[in-house]
Design a binder for this molecule. Structure first.
Ligand code: GLY
Ligand code: MN
Ligand code: MN
Length: 462
């Protein structure tokens, strides 16, 4: 299927979901000023791009419930195009993008009231586009002003996010193919960074976090990735214990671990990989002990990822392995925290493992989609959180279906404390791969970079 056919099909699906008497409005993302005359690199809105694949700024889609699509886009303008580059323009848009009609975005206010006239409901993404509600109020106001002349103003406003989030949650073959390629590029970038680390240390060169970040960015871009999918984390030694550390200028020392959480975005789709490796290519004993524990937790989580399982099953599987391992290696003292079951129930593992084991991934690195099961939304139970005492409302977690994509990313982060064996102080480890759920398990799409101790050491020796 060519990409226009895919977008047309998605718009038809959306139209069927909102119903024939509705209309949906989806603007793309605004351009963002960085400072004075410089903008941040432009990235279209994910919902907008999902529905038409158009990457120019200042564009809007209007999709009516009968499936007709109108695009508003930048008009052709020779002078602006000399400065800012080519514009598709409304004349060429229907042919290029397979929309039914296209107008200049300067006609938005003039045309929108007529597109809303007589519809029962208007759908738009709530709370995602600054100023959208005000624009819509203006269009609805002008319709109300014409009711005596026969105009009919929509009575209902509905959030489009839920509908689109559900569609985006299950990745179609076209999306899966792009995500696989993004995963391959990101894996190659991790390999490049590992090799650079060992080469620079062996050559006695000063090695800093930004040296490895540069390798990652080089590899992303040379394979056509447009952006990193999120701010790259390159954390040397103790910096790995800061969960949202960014690549900075920290010195990477021989004997330390490096945690890299970095991956590219390709054609609108994110990847998300973390590897933790010894800067010099050889794990020390304590590093290896904790690394193998995190890897075992990841393997347990991977084994729990399949259609029919709950979104929380991989997390629960990882926690079980990590908690047992923390007791075994002495991060937790059995005499103080009790049995494995106590550790899990009281969340005694939390000082060393304080995040979830995954999230949806797709166009957005933390992708959209409900984490609770829509068919069981009424089944609410309450419990007291073991650590905070807060009352938590639990709803049944999402049941995984083939085509859903999620990360699997357990970790261990050891900050120094009296009760913690010194050999583990300052070690931070996370291992993260991206998985597409299949009927019988999951497909890991980021495994072109080694993950086991022997594989990493062999790569770095080569
Ligand atoms: N890199 C963001 C995350 O792992 O969720
Ligand atoms: Mn992640
Ligand atoms: Mn990550």
């Amino acid at each position: 299927m060519n990409s226009n056919a895919i977008y047309t099909q998605r718009r038809a699906q959306l139209a069927a979901k909102i119903g024939p008497n509705s209309v949906a409005i989806i603007p793309t993302a605004p351009e963002q000023q960085r400072n004075r005359d410089s903008d941040f690199p432009y990235r279209p809105d994910s919902y907008f791009y999902y529905l038409c694949g158009f990457t120019e700024p200042r564009a809007w889609l209007v999709i009516s419930g009968d499936g007709q699509t109108t695009l508003f886009c930048q008009p052709k303008d020779l002078e602006r195009e000399i400065w800012d580059g080519y514009r598709l323009g409304p004349e060429a848009a229907p042919g290029q993008l397979a929309v039914n009609a296209a107008f200049s975005v300067t006609e938005l206010d003039a045309k929108l009231p007529a597109l809303l006239d007589g519809r029962e409901a208007v759908w738009f993404p709530f709370a995602t586009h600054k100023g959208l509600e005000t624009r819509l109020d203006g269009w609805l106001g002008s319709l109300r002003g014409r009711v005596r002349y026969g105009s009919l103003c929509p009575q209902t406003q509905r959030d489009l996010c839920g509908v689109l989030d559900e569609m985006r949650l299950v990745k179609d073959p076209h999306e899966q193919a792009i995500m696989r390629r993004a995963g391959q590029i990101s894996a190659a970038a991790h390999i490049r960074a590992m090799q650079c680390s060992v080469h620079m240390l062996q050559a006695d060169q000063e090695l800093r976090e930004y040296h490895l970040e540069a390798e990652l960015l080089h590899e992303f871009r040379r394979h056509g990735s447009q952006f990193p999918a999120y701010g790259s984390i390159v954390a040397a030694g103790a910096n790995a214990c800061v969960l949202h550390y960014r690549a900075d200028r920290g010195l990477i020392r021989n004997g330390e671990l490096v945690l890299i959480d970095a991956a590219c975005e390709l054609d609108g789709y994110a990847s998300d990989i973390t590897r933790t490796f010894p800067a010099n290519g050889r794990f020390t004993g304590p590093q290896r002990t904790l690394y193998e524990l995190v890897l075992a937790a990841q393997e347990a989580a991977i084994a729990a990822t399949r259609a029919g399982a709950r979104f929380t099953d991989p997390h629960d599987a990882a926690v079980k392995v990590l908690a047992q391992g923390m007791l075994d290696v002495g991060l937790l003292d059995k005499n103080k925290v009790g049995s494995l079951q106590d550790v899990i129930e009281k969340r005694a593992y939390f000082p060393f493992y304080m995040h979830r084991t995954g999230h949806w991934i797709g166009m957005d690195v933390h992708d959209c989609g409900d984490y609770t099961e829509p068919s069981e939304i009424g089944q609410v139970s309450s419990r007291k959180d073991a650590l905070t005492g807060d009352t938590i409302k639990d709803r049944p977690a999402r049941i995984l279906q083939p085509g859903m994509a999620l990360t699997i990313e357990p970790g261990i982060y050891v900050r120094p404390a009296d009760a913690v064996p010194e050999q583990f102080h300052h070690i931070g480890i996370r291992i993260e791969d991206d998985a597409i759920v299949t009927a019988t398990g999951c497909e890991l799409i980021t495994r072109d970079v080694p993950v086991d101790v022997a594989g990493i050491e062999a790569l770095m020796r080569a």
